[in-house]
Design a protein around this ligand. Structure first.
Ligand code: NAP
Ligand code: MG
Length: 397
């Protein structure tokens, strides 16, 4: 069989545990037989992160920046238990956090829909992609309990020495106090990533906040989004896409009645909450993909779930677990499709589409892993990951 050639490489980031096992199986079964894989390989497995003092994560992020496309396997974020398990030199940060900081990107989470696994919200026919501004607000707040009566003020000292002050509250008893912030530059990068992602996926973009209450704070988000829309208006018009701002409560009500099929940009806290609601309503964490998109147009694809530790321990005992590889297959398809798009390689974009279709058609045909079989609620029991991948390969061939 003729394999498809890739002109330019993508950054490949290997990972941990069960997803590392799936990673190799996907490459062997679904990729190398069809594509002359051209990747720059970075081993982000915890052992290698430890061996390189996490330098490999930084190098991988630089590679995504240079090559514009990356695909990442799920990785362990160490905690004290992992420190002991892997005898780590230190407690490394989450690789996703490190990569996101270096690329200054926004993570977009999108569910994969397949007939038979129905969203809990009946009107949803298409995916809703959540874009969370993962920076500052409550997540880097200064806060404390107010011990008793007194006056709280919001104060800012400019570099020129000028002081700005505003009274917040005259406390007559104890209470609580919190100071939050955000930066125009960070909001603008978020806005640019959202418009780039909406354009690249051909979806409308919604943004919602509470600018009626937080006039300066949320109003700034609204204004920067509107300015960024102006930068993108011609491209949006050309693609027949719409940008839409509305209050967060209105957006929630509309989303529940919508058909889906849009990107929903949200501030940090709103995105944290709504992404969990939307992903659980769409059915399964195993069917959720995630793309890190940067303001300057780089894309890093991965599955939204973790390393599926519980399945991995069973795998080590010699079992053949029924872990769902669909989100990881879609991550590869996303990266190869984007590479094809950037390089004008239609053979590669065509393969990426066939790969996604083969994965979903296999499920439609009744062959699926245990998590999906359980969601369908029939008598079918799930097959092992290996058997599912073999069935996808048969379809691809
Ligand atoms: P997880 O790996 O997502 O798994 C949690 C549970 O969800 C699994 O035990 C399994 O349930 C189910 N599940 C998730 N993905 C599945 C799939 N593809 N197929 C079938 N079932 C699936 O989350 P976790 O156990 O909390 O975290 C494990 C490790 O992953 C941690 O070390 C964490 O740091 C890391 N993590 C990494 C990322 C990332 O790299 N993006 C994200 C999240 C977590 P059952 O056991 O009931 O079958
Ligand atoms: Mg959350």
């Amino acid at each position: 069989m003729n394999t498809i050639r890739m002109q330019n490489p993508i950054a490949e980031m290997d990972g941990d545990e069960m997803t590392r096992v799936l990673w190799q199986m996907i490459k062997d079964q679904l990729l190398t037989p069809f594509v002359e894989l051209n990747t720059e390989y970075y081993d982000l497995g915890l052992q290698n992160r430890d061996a390189t003092d996490d330098a490999v994560t930084v190098e991988a992020a630089a590679a995504v920046k240079r090559l514009h496309v990356g695909v990442k396997c799920a990785t362990i974020t160490p905690n004290t238990k992992r420190m002991e398990e892997y005898h780590l030199k230190r407690m490394y940060r989450s690789p996703n956090g490190t990569i996101r900081d270096i690329l200054d990107g926004t993570t977009f989470r999108a569910p994969i829909l397949v007939s038979g696994i129905e969203p809990a919200v009946k009107s949803w026919k298409k995916p809703i992609t959540i874009a969370r501004h993962s920076s500052a607000d409550q997540y880097s707040a200064a806060e404390y309990r107010v011990p008793g009566p007194g006056t709280a003020e919001l104060s800012f000292t400019g570099e020129d020495g000028q002081v700005w002050k505003k009274e917040i509250c005259r406390f007559t008893g104890s209470g609580v106090l919190q100071g939050i912030y955000n930066r125009d530059e960070s909001i603008r990068n978020f806005a640019r990533a959202c418009f780039a992602y909406a354009l690249t996926t051909g979806q409308d973009l919604w943004f919602s906040a509470k600018d009626t209450i937080c006039k300066a704070y949320d109003g700034t988000f609204r204004d920067i989004m509107a300015e960024t829309y102006e930068e993108n208006r011609a491209a949006f018009d050309k693609a027949g896409l719409h940008y839409f701002y509305t209050l967060i409560d209105d957006a929630v009500a509309r989303a529940m009645r919508s058909e889906g099929g849009f990107v929903w940009a949200l501030k940090n806290y709103d995105g944290d909450v709504m992404s969990d609601m939307v992903s659980s309503a769409f059915g399964s964490l195993a069917m959720m993909t995630s793309v890190l998109c940067t303001p300057d147009g780089n894309f890093e694809y991965e599955a939204a779930h973790g390393t599926i530790t519980r399945h991995y321990y069973r795998y080590l005992q010699g079992e053949q677990p029924s872990s769902n590889p669909v989100a990881t297959i879609f991550a590869w398809a996303g990266a190869l499709g984007k590479r094809g798009e950037l390089d004008g390689n239609t053979a590669l974009t065509g393969f990426a589409e066939r790969l996604k279709n083969a994965a979903l058609d296999t499920i439609r045909g009744g062959v699926m892993t245990g998590d999906l079989a359980a969601l369908r609620g029939g008598d079918e029991k799930g097959v092992s990951s290996a058997d599912y991948l073999a069935a996808v390969r048969a379809r691809l061939e």
